[in-house]
Design a protein around this ligand. Structure first.
Ligand SMILES: C[S@@+](CC[C@H](N)C(=O)[O-])C[C@H]1O[C@@H](n2cnc3c(N)ncnc32)[C@H](O)[C@@H]1O
Length: 390
């Protein structure tokens, strides 16, 4: 059974009401959210992603129209492509590569973008086209450009936008290069995570303009949304606002294959020691400890494997050498066993980062900010002029 249009209106109103109540949606966006619903941009097969378990469940419009519509109006991310389109069928693939983001995340990013009439906006990561459609409804299609790297995804978004009667310019290309034809932009919004802000985005922004982008380190899959204001000298700087998680720009994804040869046998010739740093000290997803350790331990990937018996193994892999470390935490034991191999002592760096963070009063991500210049990027704590750098 499909929801009839009255039920759909009710679902849409309910979503808008709850987003307003939560403060994610600002009143100036409410009408746009009502008349440009996410459902208009979704393909027939989507995967509702459970943020808590990390599991994705397929929902097909033809097999389960009511379930599909419930998903469309729910505050959950919906995966729309796996493995850059190589994966087919209704089972989830290995890596989600395109999605319609959570409505609350979309609304809050538009709030933080702070647009006003007449502004010209570049979006990187068209995906379904929903966000580009919302911006086009609010600012006029002529003021909005959206770039998408995947050709099939671009085509689907173009079709959906056309059916919705919205006309932003959609470009199939690498958004890392921006879109110079329509520069300078007042606002640049990136709906994919980055590990390095491409200099082209600075070049194509107007002084005083804003770049809103999920930024992080390879230490973790999570990002912190940063709001950069572009200066006259072509640099940009601003605070981290909150933790989010986005699929990454294609050429900035972490390739786990890099670590295939790191641990030929465990523990091999690794040095063994003990630590009193607890598993919880490493920080869970979205927790400041994990974000800060990522800042302090550069070029390092980290993953935690948990077993049913209560044992957890935290792995650390160096991106620049074959160094690795592992800390094994057994439930009930006061300290953990540490293994370190290679020229870089990754666990020692993690411990030092944790000590530094505790010593500074455990600052969370909102006390940090990012400065980007054509030469590179630097993270600061509290003061943009701070010399503390990553
Ligand atoms: C989370 S989705 C975007 C959601 C979208 N804004 C919406 O409203 O549905 C991220 C998108 O970024 C795209 N992407 C990844 N790397 C890119 C790049 N270098 N340039 C442009 N798009 C890219 C992916 O193909 C994917 O479609």
């Amino acid at each position: 059974m499909r929801l009839n249009s009255r039920q759909e209106h009710r679902a849409s109103d309910e979503l808008v009401r709850s987003l307003l109540e939560a403060g994610a949606l600002t009143p100036d966006w409410a009408e746009t959210f009502r008349v440009v619903p996410r459902s208009m941009f979704l393909p027939d097969l989507v995967w509702a992603h459970d943020m808590a378990t990390g599991r994705s469940v397929s929902v097909s419009r033809s097999n389960d129209p009511a379930g599909w519509e419930r998903a469309a109006y729910a505050n959950v991310p919906l995966v729309t492509q796996w493995d850059d389109g190589q994966h087919t069928g209704s089972e989830p693939g290995a890596v989600p590569t395109s999605s319609a983001s959570m409505p609350s995340v979309v609304a809050a990013m538009l709030r933080d973008l702070d647009v006003s009439d007449g502004m010209r906006v570049l979006e990187v990561g068209t995906g379904t086209g929903w966000n580009a459609g919302l911006l086009a409804h609010r600012l006029g299609g002529g003021n909005v450009v959206s770039v998408e790297i995947d050709e099939a995804v671009t085509d689907q978004a173009r079709g959906a936008l056309l059916r919705a009667g919205l006309h932003p310019e959609t470009v199939h290309g690498d958004g890392g290069a921006g879109w110079p034809d329509r520069a300078p932009y007042d606002r640049l919004i990136v709906t994919a995570g980055v590990r390095a802000v491409p200099p082209r985005w600075l070049e194509q922004s107007r002084p005083g303009g804003v770049i809103l982008v999920p930024w992080g380190t390879h230490y973790s899959d999570q990002d912190a949304l940063v709001r950069l204001t572009v200066r006259e000298d072509g640099s940009a700087s601003g605070p981290f606002l909150r933790m989010v998680e986005f699929m990454k720009l294609r050429d900035q994804r972490l390739d786990w294959n890099l670590f295939r040869e790191h641990v030929p046998e465990f523990p091999g010739d690794a040095d063994v020691s003990r630590t009193t740093v607890a598993l919880t000290d490493l920080g869970d997803r979205y927790e400041p400890a994990r974000f800060v350790m990522g800042l302090c331990v550069p070029d390092c990937a980290q993953v935690i494997n948990r077993s049913d018996g209560g044992t957890a193994k935290a792995w650390f892999f160096d991106l620049t050498s074959r160094s690795w470390a592992a800390a094994v935490f057994r439930g009930g034991e006061p300290d953990a066993t540490v293994y370190q191999s290679g020229p870089r002592r990754l666990w020692d760096e993690v411990e030092a980062a944790h000590r530094w963070w505790v010593g500074r009063g455990e600052p969370d991500h909102t006390r940090f900010g990012l400065t980007v210049t054509p030469e590179g990027q630097r993270v600061w704590l509290d003061d943009p002029a701070d010399s503390w750098a990553v």
